[in-house]
Design a protein. Structure first.
Length: 514
């Protein structure tokens, strides 16, 4: 039975909304809800309401806002079964994937930002270095940007949409969420939770709809936090340029894993399977390609194949019932299938899986491929499915070269028992983050910045910069004790010019070697 019992109607500004989007459970193929497909008029009205509500929300201060976040955390824990069922139904993922990737992260994040926001955004007192500014006080303050539009994807509906709103809200902004049209229900439920937690009306609203709804938000919001495909990210950046609206873009990935000859092969193989296939491989930071040094290649492949053969796929049911759920988004199944076919046509060998699973839901079998190379889409384009292509390499240099032969640069990993060497190799990889003997879990370090290079994005989330991006910095210079006339004031005179010139020559004229 669906968590959302009946079609949900939009709260519009008068006009009844007739267009609707059917939300499907991809594991069963059944429609579980209908949500409004909001037009630009409704988005504009939402932004206007958000703008009015933002001022009082900001005035509440960090403590007042933190109280709401802690109450929301409590609500999310109390209502976890409802939230988890909603996420599982709209994505077709397992309950375990919903717990790890969506629910627990957001629960943690609510407290993280409630606690850290005041520290990360506290006024900074700067000691100016310029001789012109002797005795002056400079303070930098971070004030909320206003209304933040958060546009999210379907793979982690709660984490990568509402999850990105938490820092924005703690900074004192109002937020309009535009969840993916494929998976809007978790965010709608979370809006209910925020209301129950005491969030004032209109501080966070949910605009359900497709790309056009998102585009209306880009036009009206003061800042856009976007997570999704590189193609859409580029469109959003171009559109935002028209209004000089700042954007933070978290886009696709093609994360490499490098297994060196001195790795713990058993751990590396287990991790390769988990980190390429959990959440059905629909993670931006999934292991998408593996490079293994010759001496351990055969053992690595054997262990991966044994592991993948034991995976259970199907409709998520009781906890622990299956390991891999459905393909959430219809066209993604075609992309995954296309990558496997393309690789096979070019000489790859499928060792496990390789085909779509049985219906009525939408599944793709956990798949392992070898004899792959960079002429194949499976090694160069984002697959976003439960596939693991493995390539044999001569040495570490070839592995690094191939890892960097990519338009993407999100996450990456290096596997070796020599952790110093591992770190040195990690530093050579062109990616926003790298793990040594680990993968994915770096995302949980919310204190550290996370973001992509190249086609994987612009800006990032987490850490100090992950909340300051939702603010504008204002520098305030205060002069307290000062003469009636400074040396550089009008009128210019030969005497003061000479004093200034000599003063600077004395200060900076000394020769130094470093
Ligand atoms: P998508 O780009 O198709 O859609 C993402 C969101 O953008 C949806 O809400 C969609 O309605 C909206 N949208 C579409 N066109 C728009 C437009 N012109 N203007 C404004 N909004 C628009 O992406 P998707 O298929 O939902 O998500 C999968 C992608 O997300 C993958 O490429 C994956 O790698 C990426 N992703 C990246 C990260 C990261 O942190 N870097 C995390 C998760 C997913």
């Amino acid at each position: 039975m669906s968590t959302i019992e009946k079609p949900i109607q939009a709260e519009t500004n008068g006009a009844a909304e007739t267009r609707a989007i059917a939300v499907e459970n991809p594991a069963t193929g059944t429609t579980i809800a209908n949500v409004p497909d909001m037009g630009s008029g409704e988005v504009v009205a939402m932004i206007a309401r958000a703008r009015r509500a933002q001022l009082a929300w900001d005035a509440l201060g960090f403590e007042g806002r933190a109280r709401v976040m802690y109450a929301a955390r409590h609500w999310l824990v109390e209502n976890r079964d409802r939230m988890l069922r909603t996420i599982v139904e709209e994505t077709g993922k397992t309950r375990e994937d919903a717990i790890v990737g969506d629910w627990s992260f957001v629960v943690d994040s609510l407290g993280f930002w409630a606690k850290r926001a005041p520290k990360y955004l506290r006024d900074e007192h700067i000691r100016p270095h310029s001789p012109f500014l002797l005795g002056k006080r400079i303070v930098v303050r971070h004030r909320p940007i206003g209304v933040v539009g958060v546009i999210g994807p379907w793979n982690f509906p709660l984490n990568l949409c509402f999850g990105d709103a938490i820092a924005a809200l703690m900074a004192g902004n109002a937020v309009v969420l535009k969840p993916s049209e494929i998976t809007p229900l978790a965010n709608m439920l979370m809006a209910e939770g925020m209301k129950a937690a005491g969030l004032p009306e209109d501080v966070m609203q949910v605009a359900t709809g497709r790309g056009e709804t998102g585009a209306a938000l880009v036009d009206g919001a003061d800042m856009i936090m976007f997570t999704g495909s590189t193609a859409t990210g580029k469109k959003i950046m171009a559109q935002a340029a028209e209004t000089l609206t700042p954007v933070s873009l978290e886009l696709g990935g093609k994360d490499p894993m490098i297994v060196l000859r001195d790795a713990d092969v058993e751990r590396a193989a287990n991790a390769a399977v988990s980190y390429s296939m959990s959440n059905g491989g629909q993670i931006c930071t999934s292991v998408e390609r593996v490079y293994v040094e010759e001496p351990v290649y055969d053992e690595f492949v054997r262990r991966v194949v044994d592991n993948v053969r034991s995976l259970r796929q199907g409709v998520p049911g009781e906890p622990g019932a299956v390991d891999i759920g459905a393909v959430t988004f219809g066209p993604q199944a075609e992309i995954v299938e296309g990558h496997v076919k393309d690789a096979v046509e070019k000489g790859a060998k499928v060792l496990v899986g390789g085909e779509r699973g049985e219906g009525p839901g939408r599944f793709f079998q956990p798949t392992v491929m070898v004899d792959v190379d960079h002429t194949m889409k499976a090694m160069t384009e984002e697959t976003f499915g439960p596939t693991l292509p493995i390539m044999r390499v001569r040495d570490v240099d070839e592995a690094v070269k191939l890892a960097n032969d990519s338009n993407f640069g999100l996450n990456s990993s290096v596997w070796t028992k020599d952790v110093d060497k591992g770190e040195q190799v990690a530093r050579r990889i062109e990616a926003g983050s790298s793990c040594v003997n680990d993968g994915l879990v770096n995302y949980l370090a919310q204190e550290a910045p996370f973001g992509g290079l190249k086609d994987s994005g612009v800006g990032g989330r987490h850490g100090v910069s992950g909340i300051r991006k939702y603010c504008t910095a204002q520098t305030i210079l205060v002069t307290r004790f000062a003469p009636k006339r400074e040396l550089h004031f009008f009128p210019y005179s030969a005497r003061t010019t000479k004093v200034l010139e000599r003063g600077f020559a004395l200060l900076y004229g000394r020769k130094r070697s470093n």
